[in-house]
Write a protein that binds this ligand. Structure first.
Ligand SMILES: *Cc1c(COP(=O)(O)O)cnc(C)c1O
Length: 425
């Protein structure tokens, strides 16, 4: 088994003699066959091969295989975005009339997907606080619960998921734990090692890392025994009449069932495929992921340490700083670093925060995170500007909150930028 740095660089694609050293972009919607019967075998899922890029494409598959290796999973797939990845991961096992337990500090886009859009599809969600007691977590489950969902490091709340605890609760109820590992990346945490069954990503963030392509990924650990809870997961354990009567868990085993079903059914019907061009860009990002993550974390910690000593700063949130609410969890799950994102409050509330933001020179104002270039966002004056202070606090976003995504520039330059922006207040 290769080490993670080597997988970042060389995983997923091994060229033969005379073949391109760099991953080829197979920019083709379709694939040619000499006889109809050869193609029929592909449609029956009796042979593996390519026929249409909405379902599978060699460039995308190579990158998906790399991400699956990085996470220590058995199978992976790419999606058009992180939103599509989380939708597919849940919808692959939960349908109308089912229920899912989710941690409440998850990304706003996912929260909306679950609580509004998937709710309209008849799937009910119970959100539990990261600080819930074991009894409260237990009470969230229902007989029709099909999965538990959380983020390793919540965006932007930066709360750390107690993966082992949530996995234990999920498994006690015979359902898998799905973990969105976008912010930590497999460089800093591999949730499967702590009991997660399915891992998802917005590859738009650190994996791409250069703000170049929107994308997502799903990885299956291959460990969840669908047949042990046959009645809960009929989609995997009974024949799919929409796909030639195949029973996914039987034909593809625990290692392949989840991803094959998500591809054959959900990708076929919803078509949220990643383009080969985007997958190529994603792969370039993955080649340096291990090098970049180290620098992102180092810079974020240095800026957070600087800010925590500045009298103009009201508070700083960085899981790596002693005193942070999740410091112990970060040490357990993220011993090498968490991510490049920190948040903090400028004394003087909404107005001071807004002024501070416009004083920044190096750090750009963007609705984005996890980029090689540092960026900042003041939700109260941008994404959440329609809310008053009381509404902001209720949403867990204080009026003075600034989210800063530390890039891979010099930490000294980032600190200089923050210092001059504070001095000019
Ligand atoms: C950005 C993000 C998403 C959504 O991903 P897109 O690629 O923007 O669709 C999902 N989860 C987390 C944790 C994110 O940060």
């Amino acid at each position: 088994m290769q080490r993670i740095e080597t997988i970042c660089v060389q995983g997923g694609y091994t060229p033969g003699n005379g073949e391109p050293r760099q991953l080829p972009i197979v920019q083709s919607t379709t694939f040619k066959y000499s006889t109809g019967s050869e193609m029929a075998k592909l449609f029956d899922l009796e042979a593996s091969g390519y026929f249409y890029s909405r379902l599978q494409n060699p460039t995308c598959d190579a990158v998906a295989a790399k991400i699956a290796q990085l996470e220590g999973g058995t199978a992976g797939m790419l999606t058009s975005s992180g939103q599509a990845a989380n939708f597919f991961a849940v919808f692959n096992i939960a349908s109308c009339g089912d229920h899912v337990v989710a941690e409440s500090s998850i990304y706003g886009g996912t929260f909306n997907l679950f609580s509004v859009t998937m709710k309209k599809m008849g799937i009910d969600f119970t959100f539990v606080s990261p600080d819930c007691s074991d009894e409260e977590l237990e009470a969230a489950f229902r007989p029709n619960t099909k999965a538990v969902f959380g983020e390793t490091i919540a965006n932007p709340a930066l709360r750390i998921l107690d993966i082992e605890r949530f996995a234990k609760a999920a498994h006690a109820h015979g359902v898998p734990l799905i973990v969105d590992n976008t912010f930590a990346t497999p460089i800093n945490c591999r949730p499967i090692e702590f009991g997660a069954d399915i891992v998802t990503h917005s590859t738009t963030k650190y994996m791409d890392g250069h703000g170049a392509a929107v994308g997502g990924a799903i990885v299956d650990s291959g460990k969840f025994d669908w047949f042990a809870y046959k009645d809960k997961f009929p989609g995997l354990t009974t024949p799919d009449e929409s796909y030639h009567g195949v029973t996914y868990a039987e034909r593809f085993g625990l290692e392949g069932a989840f991803i094959t079903k998500a591809t054959a059914q959900l990708m076929r019907d919803f078509g949220s495929a990643q383009s080969p061009q985007s997958a190529f860009l994603l792969n370039l990002g993955l080649e340096s992921l291990h090098v970049r993550m180290e620098r992102h974390c180092k810079n974020a910690k240095a800026v957070a340490e600087y800010l925590s000593k500045d009298p103009k700063i009201a508070w700083v949130s960085c899981p790596e700083l002693p005193g942070n609410i999740d410091y112990e969890l970060a040490r357990k799950y993220l011993p090498n670093g968490s991510c490049g994102v920190i948040s903090f409050g400028v004394k003087g509330g909404r107005e001071a925060a807004e002024k501070f933001m416009s004083n920044l020179k190096l750090c750009a104002i963007e609705t984005h995170v996890a980029d090689a270039r540092s960026c900042c966002l003041h939700p109260a004056s941008t994404t959440h500007r329609q809310m008053n202070d009381a509404e902001l606090i209720a949403a867990g976003v204080s009026p003075d909150l600034i989210r800063m995504s530390c890039g891979i520039e010099s930490a000294e330059d980032l600190i200089d930028d923050v210092r001059q922006a504070l001095d000019a207040l």
